[in-house]
Design a protein around this ligand. Structure first.
Ligand code: SF4
Length: 280
């Protein structure tokens, strides 16, 4: 079995930025499924989108939780105040590296407070007996071989999994998200990500997940944490995932990237520029 699992600190940050023919990732596949034109603009043409304040907050929440769980992996439990201090440093470094995504200092201070409160809310609700993680920000890579037919799609799948916990009944895969509302997400919305992580885990560790979780940090006035649990992926899930992957690979080969107008256009960075200029 050819597979790769990097679990060292910084491994995720150093994940290779390969061309679209080097690997498929859940985010590439998801964007292509939403709109092939937006996918082409981002991944083939290299049109960059500015980091929005919301994305920045989400990224920094991930960074705070990564610090916490990397220590847990080594048997150290950081106090919430320690995580907050480290998050302060990471926040400043991110602003230095990426630039200021906020309109003014007041907005920046508000976003920083929100990030700290979200991470704090997460840490406060953790059960005292949560086990140390098996992997943190782990880069998994495996060839895409259809489990039902054995067909090799000729391109690997690469994904970064936030945290994996071990459990007697099978590993638990956890993905962190920040959300604007506490509404229960429809499972199908996350199906590409859930199926991809389960596939990578099985190929890399040779074990079947017991469940996949989305732990949602909700940006309400009083931050909340919701854990959405999804059962181990079934043959039907993988059949659907591979049907989509096959279509994706075919589209790459045919270089066919049509626009797909719909509800996602409302938040698309290309809507008023590149998309308007696209003529089919
Ligand atoms: S505005 Fe809509 S159709 Fe146009 S590129 Fe963006 S998502 Fe696609």
């Amino acid at each position: 079995m050819t597979c790769e699992l990097q679990t060292q600190p910084g491994a995720a940050g150093a994940a290779r930025q390969g061309s679209v023919w080097d690997y498929v990732s859940p985010s590439r596949l998801s964007l292509w499924a939403k709109c092939p034109l937006a996918w082409r603009l981002r991944y083939l043409d290299g049109v960059e989108s500015p980091t929005t304040p919301s994305l920045f907050v989400g990224k920094l929440c991930h960074a705070g939780l990564e610090v916490f769980y990397r220590h847990r992996q080594r048997g150290v439990t950081l106090a919430a105040e320690d995580v907050r201090e480290r998050l302060d440093t990471i926040w400043n470094e991110a602003i230095d590296q990426e630039g200021q995504p906020f309109a003014n200092t007041e907005e920046a201070a508000k976003a920083k407070g929100l990030t700290q409160n979200l991470v704090r809310a997460y840490l406060d609700q953790l059960p005292a007996d949560e086990p140390g993680p098996l992997a943190v920000e782990a880069v998994f890579e495996a060839p895409l071989v259809d489990p039902a037919t054995g067909e090799d799609l000729g391109i690997p799948l690469l994904g970064i999994v936030d945290v994996v916990f071990d459990a007697a009944e099978g590993p638990v895969v956890v993905d962190f998200k920040t959300a604007a509302s506490a509404a229960e997400p429809a499972e199908v919305v996350h199906e590409i990500q859930l199926g991809s992580y389960a596939y990578l885990l099985r190929r890399s560790l040779g074990r079947t997940e017991s469940e996949v979780q989305i732990r949602s940090l909700v940006k309400t006035r009083q931050p909340r944490v919701l854990v959405h649990r999804y059962a181990a992926r079934t043959e039907a899930h993988f059949a659907r995932l591979f049907a989509l992957l096959r279509e994706y690979v075919d589209a790459l080969d045919a270089r066919r990237f049509n626009y797909r107008p719909g509800w996602t256009c409302a938040s698309c960075d290309f809507r008023e520029t590149h998309c308007r200029q696209w003529s089919g």
